[in-house]
Design a protein around this ligand. Sequence first.
Ligand code: BGC
Length: 440
Amino acid sequence: MKIFPKTFIFGAATSAYQIEGAAASDGRGKTAWDLHNKDENGTPFGDTGDVACDHYHLYKEDVALMKSMGLQSYRFSVSWTRIYPNGFGEINPKGVEFYQSLINELIASGIEPAITIWHGDLPLALDQMRGWLNRETITHYLHYAKTLFDLFGKQVKLWFTHNEPWCAAFLNSQPIHEQLQIAHHLLVAHAKAVSLYKNHPNGHGKIGIVLNLGKQYPNTYDVKDYEAARNIDGFINRWFLDPTLKGIYPADMVSLYQKHEIYFKVESGDMELIQENKMDFLGINMYSRGIQAYNEEGLFHARGVHNPNALYTSMDWEVCPKSLYDLLIDIKYNYDNIEVIIAENGSAFEDTVKENQIHDQDRVNYLKSHLEALHQAIDEGCNVTRYYAWSLFDNFEWGLGFSKRFGLIRVDYDTLKRTIKDSGLAYQKIIQDRGLEDAV
Ligand code: BGC
């Protein structure tokens, strides 16, 4: 058996907009995502998060399922607009009540709650004021974060500031200097939230960020392919790793941007603030890796390459567990063996539904092979303390709606019925055994 350390925590993760539904209930304000796939009258013409898994109403049943799977911790995000419908201003007591009940239910079931403060669902009111491009959003975010620490900080001891700031900054059609500005504001907001938490009377737990990281490999031994891989690594991984863990932006990327006259505004004191407010742990969302080949065109001189010999998930992401091991070894050596929490890891595949059983062997294999890679990294001294599977349920996969299923639990979107899949049962056994059988 490959046994995980006694203190290692197994959990699963979700995010508010992807599962809660009840989009117009109990005073919740709109997020930018509430307009997705709807016409100007608000009539949907595709998948929306209006109902999603209806976790808002079914949370007790959902916590019971988590308990039956043996989850030790549950990572979820708070919907900013349930607490502050307009992003700031009047607090919404009904929203507070929902998260309070959820937290109580988790604790009563022996499951440790872990909160992501912001997971992609920006209040519409702030979005209409240019979102994170507007430095004022940092102030509103901190006010919201402080409210969460005040309300829930006595019971919740694990906090994630932002989920995937790279996606928030770069997955849009804005020019790159604006994207870098958004990234900078997110980093400043993160550092200020860390400081706020550390100085808060309820701040006795741990706080960190969640970065989407994927190891980047050169396509061949050609030095030009190495350059391409290094640039994409700088663009996606190091642009957030270096500031949050070393307090600086990576010099090679700064000079690449300067060479192309791409600038963003860093106010005086920002870098000191980022430098001084280091987080307690690094949260990593890891799904796949990248293979890069040199490309004459483009800022990063890189072109992603498919691996003809690999299995790809229905997201078209290569399954490569070894890249998780490689990534963790890199973090160990380059970032002082900071405590790492795997905040998300999982796969989208089609399920086979047969007589109330859900067969998802590809997902079972993905789960086990990634846990095996993680086990090896821990064995070699990587400081990884937790694993949160993505996702507890099938849910609203952003722009792809309900077409991609990541869940350990299947959700029938017509009836909202939940069924634990083979992967959920496999995870239950792993948690029970606290490890994996040798042959996976
Ligand atoms: C996000 C999730 C998303 C998942 C799969 C991560 O990028 O945090 O919200 O559903 O990956 O795409």
